[in-house]
Write a protein that binds this ligand. Sequence first.
Ligand code: SF4
Length: 186
Amino acid sequence: MGLNEILSKPGQMLGDMAQVSTLDAVVNWGKSYSLWPYPFATACCGIEFMGTACSDNDIARFGAERPSFSPRQSDMILVLGTVTYKMAPVLREIYDQLCEPKYVISVGACASSGGMFDTYGVVQGVDRFLPVDIYVPGCPPRPEAIMDALIKLQQKVQTQGLEARRQEVMRKIDEINEKNRPVIVR
Ligand code: SF4
């Protein structure tokens, strides 16, 4: 195999001793193992996240054990629990303050769809105002499900370039704006 052919396939082994990669692949690999979460916990799913972070499950294996309560030092926001219309602008402001590229995991039935709270005060899914990357099903979701979401997000960070990421977020925000367009009745 020629050198050009090897360089066109990042991750290709060169014998037993060396591996060829691109700078992007190395940087993305590093980013995927240092995703700092901002836990936006409003209800019982927050307790599941605490269980996920504890030693039995040990989220540190994935480099995500450092919860940050400053959005400016976070890479991803985990929405854990019911979100009311009163909270939604606060959550959106927190999301806006996260560093780019930023990611959203919607954990549990309440965050993803309002869950059992089909009432006038509860947002029926945070994807009505946030570009969600991963949905975690369950009420409550098991810690394994939260870790599965984290692994899926790591795979996404490793394979998605910055421009593709920007375009995905812009597309989702356009969809949100379209859904939230006020209906004018004449
Ligand atoms: S999905 Fe279930 S466990 Fe999670 S916040 Fe809602 S009611 Fe609680």
